[in-house]
Design a protein around this ligand. Structure first.
Ligand code: TXA
Ligand code: MG
Length: 358
């Protein structure tokens, strides 16, 4: 077991000496968790095959699911990709630095393990001064998947990172909770029209405002697990974002949803299960469960996204057996929230309608 060093830094103006301690680990093949605007990432030098391999091992992540490579300037993008399509240029100008990852054909300078042997690479420039300072001081692009054990909810605080990875990584840069709360939107720019492979912190509507036509991979809105061969983004085929408790997602019109959640809560409690209910401010007072938590207001899906992963982890610390989660509209950040909830449930989705019963 390693000793994991905790480095507290100012999110706006990170102390350079602390960033340099972290960068030294990256430069010498080590692993450092760091904040981005979306979730905490676990970083390794993207050009160092052994470091990237160690990254997969620390996370217990399957080798066929490549992490995102993080950059701090356009020079790195030019080095790493074969070409920059005009639409990608537009997206980068509008959304970078920010919660948007683009899939390019790569130039071949990264080791195979960094891209899981694919001919494409996922790139993003994060909107966080600590992340950008770390990349700059490390003088290399940084491979960084979310800093959780594979399959667990992504970490939005340094405490979440340590829950999963203490003793498995060299250091954590702690700059407080992340702002967006769900991971970046992943867009394949090697196809025309470009296609969203994973919804995230940059809403689909915003991409359409810039490009007009934007495709949506059928995996994004899947309500049943997709057959593996039809899923194009490698990470999409694994169960993800899942707390220890079983998650059931209830979707439908608001009052029908409330009735259905209460009906299911009664059913599970009678069977002796400890029931958690994940709801919104508007419905918080309508539920009977052992632990009831709100994600925020339905009128502010950004706050719902920001709180999602932390709430899922809280239910685990309270030892609930089942989490009944309310659905939210599939618009704005709601698309990413629903994608994560459905995957966390292993696609246990219940449709609530006025006349239905369990
Ligand atoms: O917000 C984020 O994106 C966070 C922070 C740390 O930046 N990172 C993150 O990384 O979520 P990760 O590795 O957990 O998710 C990367 C996603 C996976 O779904 C992976 O399959 C997909 O991007 N991906 C990576 N390379 C790809 C490629 N060449 N083609 C298609 N999808 C790819
Ligand atoms: Mg992840």
């Amino acid at each position: 077991m390693k000793k994991t060093v905790l480095l507290r830094v100012n999110p706006q103006a990170p102390e350079i000496e602390k960033v340099r301690v972290a960068a030294k680990f990256i430069k010498t093949g080590g692993l450092v968790a760091f904040p981005t605007e979306t979730v905490y990432g676990l970083g390794a030098n993207a050009l160092d095959a052994r470091a990237v391999l160690a990254l997969f091992e620390a996370k217990k992540r399957p080798l066929d699911n490549p992490p995102i490579v993080h950059v701090c300037d356009m020079k790195d993008v030019c080095r790493l990709v074969e070409e920059i399509p005009a639409k990608a240029e537009k997206l980068m100008k509008t959304f970078w630095p920010g919660p948007l990852t683009l899939i390019f054909k790569h130039s071949g300078i990264v080791p195979d393990v960094t891209v899981a042997g694919l001919d494409t690479i996922a790139l993003r420039m994060p909107r966080h001064n600590v992340a950008l300072a770390l990349i700059r001081e490390s003088q290399c692009p940084i491979s960084a998947p979310s800093a959780n054990l594979a399959g667990k909810p992504s970490p939005t605080t340094a405490k979440h990172v340590l829950e999963d990875l203490d003793g498995r990584i060299d250091a954590v840069l702690d700059a407080g909770p992340t702002v967006v709360g769900v991971e970046s939107t992943v867009v394949d720019v090697t196809v025309d029209p470009v296609q969203v492979l994973r919804p995230g912190g940059t809403p689909l509507e915003a991409l359409k405002d810039v490009l007009g036509e934007v495709g949506l991979s059928s995996a994004v809105t899947a309500e049943k697990p997709m057959p593996v061969e039809s899923v194009r983004s490698p990470g999409v085929k694994y169960r993800h974002y899942a707390p220890n408790a079983n998650v059931v997602v209830v979707e439908g019109e608001l009052s029908a949803m409330v009735d259905k959640v209460n009906e299911l809560a009664t059913y599970y409690m009678r069977r002796g299960s400890k029931v958690g209910i994940l709801c919104t401010d508007e419905t918080l007072g309508s539920y009977r469960g052992d632990v009831v938590k709100s994600l925020g207001s339905r009128s502010n899906l950004a706050s719902v996204a920001q709180n999602l992963f932390a709430r899922l982890r809280e239910f685990d610390s309270e030892g609930v057996d089942v989490i009944l989660a309310e659905g939210v509209p599939l618009e704005g950040l709601g698309l990413a929230v629903m994608n994560r909830l459905r995957k966390a449930s292993g696609y246990k989705i219940v449709k609530a309608s006025a006349s239905s019963s369990v």
